[in-house]
Design a protein around this ligand. Structure first.
Ligand SMILES: Cc1ncc(COP(=O)(O)O)c(C=O)c1O
Length: 351
């Protein structure tokens, strides 16, 4: 097969996928990239077409949960360029995660080089702009030393795979209901909630399944110590809007969301006040708008929050509010290169 045939084939493959209806699932792409930490240093970047990892059955990540990950997206923009959004912030958060559970940190340059490489290698898997779908990057850092004692691994593997994911909102920007749970904590104030480690997600699965089975988009956690303040909603940060102010929880148990950090800046740019402070559950009643925010949806507006124990319902309206919509459109516009990126958040990977 000639190079031209290969390219035609690839473009054909792109056209054959119904990007707009893809779920948030896994689809095999061409390559992943890997790097190994041995003898106290990172090696060369390796390109791999194998989806599987060969590892020792006594690997530290399998037994003692020494693993951290990240999630970010590559966007095919209307100007034809491919952009990443704040990969340096994901690199920094993975370094914090590594520090939090005693893993070897991945240097920012290495992290970004691998992000760019894996996107370039899988170009035909980057969905069309019109579909609203994106290419999701999943960086993963695991401790691989064979050991049975509880201690930090000596060796690590860092890999990034990609998979195309469909748009979060298949029928347009919509609001969803959430439910407060007191029966589960996903993390503790001095625990690992502020790191992106698998254990936090394992701890949330049962609560999430129960909320989902009851018809809610996701579960809402209160602070584990007093069960008084709002922490997070599933795998997303929370924000509320009132009196032209963007208010989001300050808590040591929640993941520092890059989307939330960006929305706080945009809110400020738009002339809103921004407050990061504890939010007691009762304050929910006073918010004009509320939303969950994260890479997956940017903003998932909240229609209402049910407190399953007290029967109290906090209503924010069936339709997304004007400020949530403005924040959503602004951040998406920056990600897709249609709104000026005045904070230098995006990184063009393919011109
Ligand atoms: C627990 C949790 N909170 C918040 C977020 C949102 O973070 P980000 O905006 O960086 O995607 C995520 C998703 O990564 C998450 O898993």
């Amino acid at each position: 097969m000639t190079n031209k045939d290969l390219l035609t084939n690839r473009i054909q493959k792109m056209k054959d996928l119904d990007w707009g209806n893809l779920p948030f699932g896994y689809i095999k792409t061409n390559y992943n990239v890997r790097c190994y930490y041995r003898d106290g240093k990172w090696g060369e970047i390796e390109v791999c077409s194998d989806e599987y990892i060969r590892m020792h059955m006594a690997a530290a990540c399998l037994h003692y949960g020494q693993e951290g990950f990240e999630g970010l997206k590559a966007y095919r923009c209307p100007d034809g360029k491919i952009r990443l959004f704040r990969p340096d912030a994901n690199a920094e958060r993975l370094q914090q995660t590594a520090h939090g559970i005693c893993m070897a940190p991945v240097p920012t340059d290495l992290f970004i080089e691998m992000c760019e490489k894996v996107v370039r290698l899988n170009q035909e898997w980057i969905p069309t702009y019109e579909s609203g779908a994106t290419l999701y990057l999943r960086p993963l850092l695991i401790g691989t030393s064979a050991q049975v004692g509880v201690s930090p691994s000596k060796d690590y593997m860092f890999l990034i795979f990609v998979t195309p994911v469909g748009p979060y909102f298949k029928g347009g920007f919509q609001s969803n209901p959430y439910a407060i749970t007191r029966d589960f904590d996903r993390s503790a104030p001095l625990g690992t909630g502020k790191y992106k480690v698998g254990g936090n997600y394992a701890a949330s699965l049962l609560a999430h399944t129960i909320a989902h089975d009851k018809g809610y988009a996701s579960e809402f956690y209160l602070d584990a110590k007093e069960k008084k303040y709002i922490d997070e909603c599933g795998a997303a940060n929370f924000f509320g809007i009132k009196n032209n102010t963007y208010i989001t929880p300050k808590s040591t148990s929640i993941l520092p969301s890059i989307t939330n950090r960006s929305l706080m800046q945009i809110a400020e740019d738009l002339g809103l006040k921004v407050e990061r402070r504890p939010i007691a559950e009762e304050e929910l009643e006073t918010f004009e708008e509320a939303g969950a925010c994260g890479t997956a949806a940017v903003i998932s507006p909240i229609s209402y929050i049910d407190d399953l124990d007290t029967g109290k319902r906090y209503n924010f309206g069936a339709e997304p509010g004007p400020i949530s919509r403005k924040l959503y459109e602004t951040l998406r516009g920056i990600q897709y290169g249609t709104i000026e990126d005045k904070h230098g958040w995006t990184r063009v990977v393919i011109e």
